[in-house]
Design a protein around this ligand. Sequence first.
Ligand code: B12
Ligand code: SF4
Ligand code: SF4
Length: 302
Amino acid sequence: MNSSPEEEIKREALNLGFVAVGVAQALPPPYLEEFYSWLKRGFHGEMSWMATQAQARSDPSRVLKGCKAVVCLAYPYTPSKPRTPDGLSAARFTEGLARDYHFRLKELAAPLVELIKQAFPESKSRVCVDSTPLLERGYAQKAGLGFIGKNNMLIVPGYGSFCYLAEILTTAPLAPTGSGPPEDECGECSLCLEACPTGALVSPFLLDARICLSFITVESKLNTPVSLGKKMGGCFFGCDACQEACPHNNMGGDTSRPSLPSAKEMLEMDQEHFSRVFRHTSFWRTGLEKLKSNIMAATGHI
Ligand code: B12
Ligand code: SF4
Ligand code: SF4
């Protein structure tokens, strides 16, 4: 018996290394009201684009006209924390000097787009990774990839949250696969809230991005205040504390060799040197001056 397009997509996605895959209907995302109230409270801070694109996030057909289905994908990143030889670290999603995941995931999803095209020749598809106005975690939960934890992360049962999300929006009428995961897999646990160094997890499922170290060290255009140094715990780019605390994650140990240049080398870099080492990595968009201010804060320099 021939398998359905949904089954073929799933088989191929798992072959390509994705840890979870599913299809959600292209309806408004779950938790849209919570998202609007998050904006209303100003928790997005400097990320004004979150507010200006709020309408687009309410409906995938505003992103792809005629969108019928959202193929949701989770791709694993290494559980070992990237390190410098002199004791600093960066969040795992960077995978050290690996190519920025936005490019990698778009390429990885291309064969799946091809499969959809073969099954539905008239269809149009668009691959989304992070920057598209789409509430990725909500759709991933809806498609049955996993559940949203109190730390806001999409957690894949049996794997954890050290994974990127990507989607294929398509006009192909793919059948939804999610039967709706349980809404409360965290139970009484609140380890992530206790572990957050800045109190950015103000309550379960609610994050104040303005004081989240990930926002401050990756997205914010302002210099990172030295006063945050102790809270950064030596992590100069991004923050994994609320995931490290989570019993669903395997931390991968600290056995990996340093994959990042030393703090001293980074502080001495000029733009040409920075470009040679960091172009195409996750650090590039944040820029050299901001990176230096992160390192100064993380190492306690004034
Ligand atoms: C803006 C943004 C940020 C901001 C704000 C984060 C935030 N929590 O809102 C900052 C810069 C702080 C950030 C940090 C990080 N981010 Co970010 N970020 C995004 C982005 C672009 C939009 C997120 C968004 O819409 N936020 C608004 C809030 C309100 O929505 P939400 O985060 O989806 O939260 C939902 C839940 O709270 C849920 N909800 C509300 N109430 C309730 C109640 C219950 C019971 C339940 C179950 C759910 C629930 O509804 C919300 C709306 O859908 C997405 C990509 C995308 N397009 O979706 C990546 C994304 C969420 N980030 C990602 C990552 C990896 C990170 C970091 C881990 C990076 C790091 N190590 O430094 C941290 C984690 C911080 C955290 N605990 O969330 C991944 C997450 C993968 C995963 N497995 O979940 C994404 C999906 C990017 C990607 N394509 O891989 N990020
Ligand atoms: S990423 Fe860090 S600062 Fe942000 S919510 Fe998680 S633990 Fe808190
Ligand atoms: S640490 Fe506990 S409360 Fe937080 S996401 Fe993980 S299981 Fe849920």
